[in-house]
Unconditional design. Structure first.
Length: 303
């Protein structure tokens, strides 16, 4: 039988890579993992997941800051807004029936998923360039040096395609300047994400990423790291509260964090290598999986 600690490391590594790559905390995956692996009750699963999100997001955020694939001011503004509203979400969830919590989560995830799928479909793909009239006639070149001209033409076409793809990626990294207005909007996004996060019981990355893209027009490759900074701040008040109440399983949380910390750093480093379009599809696909896991968890299938 595989030791539980090794399984926790693998789970943490997977969650960490997704966190660094997509800008999510990973709570949707951690809650069922803790239930299956450690037989915790729902409250302890949520509390331990919230604790694990902090070192995971710190690792990913630091890597994003070093790689300059995030907007720190926007992330801090969203995180502070979320930290203020998260306790209210927890209080409202305690007063609400389970079906209301699950319904709210389903609506939020559905909105985020549809939004991201639409943005992924609209994202441009690299196209082959049209031959320029300023270039020498290929037939004239081939009459003198057929092998060299064919190789040269192929090399030029390949270089042009690569330049076009690079131009598209550069366009997607053009982010708006973050002034006080944008920071205020980011804080408002954080307020909503914090309320929803506290109410549903997971991190707010899956809410903030599509909202930052839709409202502030921040590209996905910068949104992931920005969201991680916000998630890192947003999770602190809830974690402190749960720690005081004694709801955190420290052994399980630290075991998973041992894998998620390097995983988040790795995921952040993969950001420049994944095309914007594929990154959006990956995020939307993750939301679909998260929705299924949420429904299964609420129905008590995990035990």
């Amino acid at each position: 039988m595989i030791p539980l600690f090794l399984v926790s490391l693998v789970v943490g590594l997977v969650v960490g890579v997704l966190a660094g790559l997509l800008g999510i905390g990973g709570g949707m995956l951690l809650v069922p993992a803790f239930k299956l692996g450690y037989a915790m009750d729902s409250l302890m699963c949520t509390a331990t997941s919230l604790f694990t999100i902090i070192p995971t997001s710190i690792s990913g955020a630091v890597s994003h800051i070093r790689n300059k694939t995030c907007l720190p001011k926007l992330g801090v503004a969203a995180g502070l807004g979320g930290a203020c509203m998260s306790p209210l979400g927890v209080w409202l969830a305690a007063l609400s029936p389970d079906w209301a919590v699950m319904g709210a989560a389903a609506l939020i995830i559905a909105y985020s998923s549809v939004t991201m799928f639409r943005k992924a479909l609209k994202a441009p793909k690299a196209t082959k360039p049209v031959a320029s009239s300023s270039q020498p006639d290929a037939s004239a070149l081939s009459s003198c040096h057929p092998e060299r001209s064919a190789a040269g033409a192929k090399s030029k076409d390949l270089a042009a395609v690569e330049d076009r793809a690079a131009a598209i990626e550069r366009a997607h990294l053009e982010a708006p300047a973050i002034g006080w207005r944008e920071a205020a909007i980011g804080a408002a996004i954080g307020l909503f994400a914090g309320l929803a996060s506290g109410y549903v019981g997971v991190g707010g990355g899956f809410i903030m990423v599509p909202l930052m893209m839709s409202v502030l027009h921040v590209p996905m490759k910068l949104t992931s790291g920005t969201s991680l900074i916000a998630v890192m701040i947003l999770a602190v008040p809830g974690t402190i509260t749960q720690a005081v109440l004694g709801n955190i399983n420290w052994v399980a949380g630290i075991a998973v964090a041992c894998g998620s910390i390097p995983g988040a750093a790795l995921g952040a480093k993969l950001i420049p290598k994944v095309p914007e379009r594929q990154l959006r599809f990956l995020f939307a696909g993750f939301l679909v999986v998260a929705a299924v896991l949420l429904v299964v968890n609420q129905l008590g299938v995990w035990g």
